[in-house]
Design a protein around this ligand. Structure first.
Ligand code: NCD
Length: 314
């Protein structure tokens, strides 16, 4: 797709895009990946400034955006944590965003409140990229997750997916499920304790897209059918009541033994990371583990995204 269709666009939800948009992003990401593997230097975004406004903690998302920008010759400005900026002095979000809008060419924002990125996009003239807003959306994570599936399997259609964990508060899981609705999965299993079921709006979207899905409690019951197992941690910080968290803490765990007993040999396990205890460390050295490949893909996918949004010819 010509870069034109992406130029200046806000990236708030994965649902803002189409299958064609995503496929063009993946093609651009493949080119970026080649560039990285050949060790070539690109100045594609030279002179551009990317603002990284992380009001919430982040490791991979912030650092991969920063790496992506720098690999293309752009500069970054930004902060992590509210205490580091004038929010701690009582500044409101709109004022902070207006300021960044005046300094940078694109604003990447993470915030604990749902809707914060959309609000920032309304305030800012420059494109705003949502790097996670509360429990709601994490579109760039879904982009790199889908890209990783495409890379591992040669396509996204026709596979059986299991999404395991905190489907209620996890924005990465919800965005991944929403992203799947642009494709034709064979089936999607939503695997979680009853307390952490997928939110209604996500289920409605699956239904609208005509995707076969089933909600189940136990991984063991469906593991043997899966091509992709997408695991997420329990989002402890988003529970309104800590006693609710105690009820589900440690309620699922993927181990090497479990995988060797039930999984198809070609199963690949994804996880947006950070992991707590939901994937045992002994899974890391098996052929199932694909979460570090996935994390690495954050850089080429975000390089492609920044280039497209900033209107650079990829
Ligand atoms: C995810 C997030 O922040 O939503 N992490 C990430 O961006 N890779 C998932 C999580 O925190 O569990």
């Amino acid at each position: 797709m010509p870069a034109q269709g992406w130029r200046g666009r806000d990236v708030i939800s994965i649902l803002d895009f189409t299958r064609e948009d995503l496929c063009s992003l993946f093609e651009a990401a493949e080119r970026m990946k080649r560039l990285l593997s050949e060790g070539r230097v690109s100045r594609l975004l030279e002179g551009k400034i990317v603002a990284l406004a992380f009001f919430e903690p982040s490791t991979r998302t912030r650092l991969s955006f920063e790496t992506a920008a720098k690999r293309l010759g752009a500069e970054t400005i930004g902060f992590t944590g509210e205490e580091a900026v004038s929010v701690a002095k009582g500044e409101n979000l709109a004022d902070t965003v207006r300021m960044l809008d005046g300094y940078a060419d694109v604003i990447v924002i993470r915030h604990r409140y749902e809707g914060a990125a959309l609000y920032a996009a309304e305030v800012a003239e420059k494109p705003v990229i949502n790097a996670g807003d509360g429990k709601q959306h994490h579109p760039t994570q879904a982009m790199l997750d889908l890209f990783t599936v495409k890379e591992l399997f040669g396509g996204i259609d026709g596979l059986v997916y299991g999404v395991l964990g905190d489907l209620r508060f996890g924005r990465a899981a919800s965005s991944f499920i929403l992203g799947l609705t642009f494709f034709k999965p064979e089936k999607v299993y939503l695997i979680s304790p009853p307390l952490l079921r997928t939110r209604p709006e996500v289920r409605v979207r699956l239904e609208e897209a005509g995707i076969r899905y089933e909600e189940v409690d136990r991984l063991e019951d469906v593991l043997g059918e899966l091509d992709v197992l997408y695991v997420t941690r329990i989002q402890k910080e988003r529970f309104p009541d800590p006693r609710e968290y105690e009820k589900v803490r440690g309620s699922y765990r993927v181990t090497r033994e479990l995988l060797e007993k039930h999984a198809k040999p070609g199963l690949r396990v994804l996880h947006p990371l950070p992991r707590v205890d939901e994937i045992a460390f002994d899974v890391d050295e098996t052929g199932y583990a694909a979460y570090f490949i996935q994390a690495r893909n954050g850089v080429p996918v975000r390089m492609a995204l920044l280039s497209l949004v900033l209107g650079a010819e990829v």
